[in-house]
Design a protein around this ligand. Structure first.
Ligand code: AMP
Length: 426
């Protein structure tokens, strides 16, 4: 598997002179809204503030923000308008933000009246997800510089993330830079021991992740429903636990592959329930006693202690996927206790990375989100990054960077040749 290099191969905000420039920023404002369309979790909005504020401080002529929201599938869906996101942004930015009526084919307000503009939902147009160049060109026409600060969409080859880099000098915003720096170090040059904690529902969704981590980690601690697929691969019966039938074969291969190294560690006890409900009857049992009619919902206390013991000496910890059904209080203990333990480890200087998605939602729920080295804003994007895949949005920035470096080199070369010719003449 190719080494993931730590060195960033794209330009960043500080490589540009921002003064008097119109800057187009792809942000990820795909935030949850309640029935009244109020933003219920503004982490992604807040994470974009350092880039927006920096651009304003540097004297950008206009900052034009663009994002998607939900899955409108290429048509206008009222509940996915960015109007309430815009209002929320105004509150946290302490600055007027003008909501544009669409994202393309509009005239933007004059910069002197509107320093910050938010374009309407990109995914109201099917061209966005088709990575359509003409659409990207229209977006690019608003600005002098393009900034990708939407890490959560960087695994998508969409027009506002990918094709757009063909039309403007492009760079990464502070959020994208931070995500890639912290996670890149973990994958290329982690402080050891490096322990991964993997939970969640399906093994088959995470095969590539496990494979990539096996090459880099000292131990992988398994939890969540994924554990039951591994138990089945070992020949245990797992009652009515959620098992990924398609993943049993792969789990078996992974166990065989790591038999000698002992890198994969499975839970030794489980909290089981007689139904998938907060009102279920529960008991704590070891694997062989799960019994028919019972489903595993959380790791048990012996496992929590065992995992803490293994984590104790770690210098880098990466966590992807909850260790139980954390959404229900009764089955959230394993996830919460390990989250609290990692928060303490962070205070002692251990690098702790939460890989976005459900794990990020879990630490948020426990009020611990600020206690780790890094909580990724991109569930899918961080998963693909940890799988060792190339993220199209980042690749596009790299291509744009090498093009601009090439251009500079060519210009230098031309200058040299002109000077040489002049010298010869003289
Ligand atoms: P994933 O998207 O694969 O990370 O899966 C996250 C989901 O797995 C969460 O909604 C958890 O509630 C769920 N989950 C974790 N542990 C279990 C379990 N033991 N049984 C069923 N679902 C689980």
């Amino acid at each position: 598997m190719a080494e993931q290099k730590l060195a960033l191969k794209f330009l960043t905000l500080k490589d540009f002179d921002i003064k008097n420039k119109k800057v187009l920023v792809r942000v990820d404002f795909n935030v949850p809204l309640d029935e009244d369309l109020n933003v219920t979790n503004d982490k992604r909005i807040k994470e974009s503030l350092s880039t927006i504020n920096y651009l304003l401080e540097q004297g950008a002529k206009q900052v034009i923000l663009m994002s998607h929201l939900g899955r409108p599938d290429g048509r206008i869906v009222e509940k996915y308008r960015l109007t309430s996101v815009c209002k929320h942004l105004e509150k946290v930015l302490y600055q007027k933000v003008t909501m544009a009526e669409d994202c393309v084919d509009i005239k933007l307000p004059e910069p002197k009246n509107s320093k910050v503009v938010l374009l309407e939902n990109l995914r109201f147009h099917p061209e966005e997800e088709k990575n359509d160049e003409a659409f990207a060109k229209k977006l690019a026409s608003y600005a002098d510089i393009y900034v990708n600060d939407g890490f959560g969409v960087s695994h998508r080859a969409h027009a506002s993330v990918h094709a757009i880099t063909k039309f403007l000098p492009s760079c990464a915003g502070f959020l994208v830079e931070k995500e890639l720096t912290v996670m890149g170090k973990a994958m290329s040059d982690p402080d050891k021991p490096f322990v991964a904690i993997l939970g969640g529902a399906k093994v088959s969704d995470k095969i590539k992740l496990i494979d990539n981590l096996l090459a880099r980690c000292d131990k992988i601690l398994i939890g969540g429903a994924m554990a039951y697929t591994f138990y089945r691969a070992q020949g245990f019966s797992t009652g009515t636990s959620k098992v990924d039938e398609d993943g049993i074969g792969v789990a078996n291969q992974l166990l065989q592959k790591t038999e000698k190294s002992g890198k994969i560690i499975l839970p030794i006890d489980n909290v089981v329930a007689d139904k998938f409900s907060e009102n279920a009857n529960t008991k704590t049992v070891v694997i062989k006693d799960i019994g028919s009619g019972w489903m595993g919902m959380d790791i048990g206390p012996l496992t929590i202690n065992k995992y803490k013991e293994i984590l104790k000496t770690a210098k880098t910890v990466l966590w992807n996927g909850p260790l139980g059904v954390f959404e229900m209080k009764k089955f959230s203990r394993g996830t919460e206790e390990i989250a609290k333990y990692l928060a303490q480890m962070t205070l002692k200087g251990v690098t702790t990375i939460i890989g976005g998605g459900d794990s990020a939602a879990a630490v948020e729920k426990f009020g611990l989100a600020s206690k780790f080295t890094h909580v990724s804003t991109g569930g899918g994007a961080s998963l693909e990054f940890f799988e060792g895949k190339e993220l199209p949005g980042i690749k596009a920035l790299e291509n744009n960077c090498s093009k601009s470096i090439k251009k500079k080199k060519l210009k230098k070369q031309e200058k040299k040749e002109i000077l040489l010719k002049r010298k010869k003449k003289n």
